[in-house]
Design a protein around this ligand. Structure first.
Ligand SMILES: Cc1cc2nc3c(=O)[nH]c(=O)nc-3n(C[C@H](O)[C@H](O)[C@H](O)COP(=O)(O)OP(=O)(O)OC[C@H]3O[C@@H](n4cnc5c(N)ncnc54)[C@H](O)[C@@H]3O)c2cc1C
Length: 432
């Protein structure tokens, strides 16, 4: 029995059912394929910080695999071409993966199942509940968050699986070094990839600093580390399993203190869960301009305004600071994402999908369901019962950056030339 495990967003060897299923195999080939942004994203490749976080995570995964007698092969190319080639080359008899939501991901799976004559086993992914543990069939899943939450929040979250202690050996093959990234973590927000860094952050936020006790009042902070948990990069890449994080919250509540804030951190994991399953259920509609709601979407693209939004060069200093923070660190707070997204959609009048694609390129916590689902929510074509959000940027600046420190830190200046020039009408006239 020669098996292959395809790693995607499950970059860990603990609580990884798919990886644990190979204990009886004679050999196991562990493979990761570098991701490519959506085909309609207008810029190529991953952003520097996303690429950096991913490569650090892969290096850490490789080392943990080596500790249990394994190795990791990192390749470029589309899974539809590379995986059948590996299956043939190594005479693989079974392929496994952890479930990964998303339309393109499900198309890839269908393609592999059709192209390969060996079993393709799909094990539960990085969710609190498996599909069969949900109290509804997916087509009946609530389209908005509150009824979803009411149905799932009383369910017990199953405990995470154990760490794997030994894996079958890899086949004779060449395992090249993983090329290092060109970027390094930003000193203002050093979020390194890899499981150990994620565990350290959970320990620090929940147990050592007990910042979880005040989470509800700090979570809207614009800068990471002093505000919200910043668990998202490790959750999105699967360095941490969401069940482990949930059980760490429950342990803190049992052993130390349980209050509205400790509950609220779990509540946010339920938001993640909501978008995870909505991505499965909504399939292609997750990428439509009119979204799941099937509304007439705004499909405008104004190249100059979009370029200025991406570069942090709009008429809104706070948005500029947020966009500069994103490209410099690969992270942006939840409130920041809402403001930046609302600006693109409502002030600049651009199709939300261009903003979502730019976030996909840069976010170190990029996650298909959470990214596209939240963008649709702000654009009013997704799961928001109130029909979209329009944030007043001046009010948001006054509330979340009253002294302008965040805007100053990330050089959110107002450009000399506004995005829309309004004195054009005078241009043909000679001066008075
Ligand atoms: C336009 C937009 C795009 C987004 N894109 C992504 C994305 O690609 N990946 C991603 O993980 N999150 C995304 N989010 C959700 C949210 O902004 C981030 O999860 C959060 O800011 C991460 O920081 P944190 O870990 O400190 O969050 P915390 O406030 O500490 O929350 C803890 C965890 O709960 C989950 N969570 C919190 N808020 C949300 C939410 N609104 N939706 C889904 N899950 C949530 C995350 O897993 C997060 O790590 C997006 C939000 C918006 C408005």
């Amino acid at each position: 029995m020669r098996h292959l495990h395809w790693f995607q967003t499950d970059l860990r060897i603990t609580d990884n059912l798919a990886l644990a299923s190979h204990s009886a195999a004679d050999s196991l080939l562990c493979v990761y394929l570098m991701p490519k942004p959506r085909p309609w994203c207008n810029s190529n490749g991953l952003g520097g910080q996303r690429d950096r976080f991913l490569r650090e995570s892969l290096q850490a995964l490789r080392e943990s695999l080596q500790d249990v007698g394994q190795d990791l092969m990192v390749l470029e190319g589309s899974p539809e071409l590379v995986l059948p080639d590996l299956v043939a080359r190594f005479a693989i008899t079974e392929l496994s993966m952890s479930f990964t939501p998303g339309y393109y991901e499900s198309q890839t799976l269908l393609h592999l199942q059709a192209a390969l004559t060996i079993p393709v086993e799909v094990h539960p992914g990085n969710s609190l509940f498996t599909q069969s543990e949900l109290p509804f069939e997916l087509p009946e899943m609530p389209k908005v968050f509150s009824p979803f939450r009411r149905q799932v929040e009383t369910l017990a979250v199953p405990g995470p699986g154990p760490a794997i202690e030994r894996l079958p050996p890899p086949p004779a093959a060449q395992f090249d070094a993983i090329p290092r990234a060109n970027s390094t973590p930003h000193t203002a927000l050093p979020l390194p990839g890899g499981r150990e860094a994620g565990k350290r952050r959970v320990r620090q936020f929940i147990f050592d600093q007990a910042a979880i006790i005040d989470y509800k009042s700090t979570r809207n902070g614009l800068d990471g580390l002093d505000g919200s948990s910043t668990f998202s990069p490790w959750l999105a890449n699967g360095n941490l399993s969401v069940r482990e994080v949930a059980h760490d919250i429950f342990r803190f509540e049992r052993e130390r203190l349980s209050n509205e804030s400790t509950y609220w951190l779990y509540f946010e994991l339920l938001w993640r869960e909501f978008f995870y399953w909505r991505a499965v259920s909504d399939s292609r509609a997750l990428f439509r301009s009119g979204g799941v709601a099937g509304k007439a979407g705004q499909s405008t693209f104004i190249a100059s305004a979009f370029t200025r939004w991406c570069a942090g060069n709009t008429d809104y200093p706070l948005v500029n600071a947020l966009m500069r923070q994103l490209t410099a660190t690969g992270w942006m707070s939840n409130r920041g994402r809402q403001i930046a997204a609302s600006c693109l959609i409502n002030e600049l009048g651009i199709d939300w999908r261009f903003g979502a694609a730019f976030f996909e390129k840069h976010l170190i916590d990029y996650d298909v369901g959470s990214n596209y689902g939240n963008w649709q929510y702000i654009a009013g074509v997704g799961s928001d019962p109130r029909g979209g959000r329009h944030f007043n940027i001046d009010k948001q600046s006054a509330q979340h950056d009253p002294d302008g420190l965040f805007t100053k830190k990330w050089q959110g200046v107002r450009p000399a030339q506004p995005v829309d020039v309004t004195d054009g009408a005078d241009w043909p006239l000679a001066p008075d």
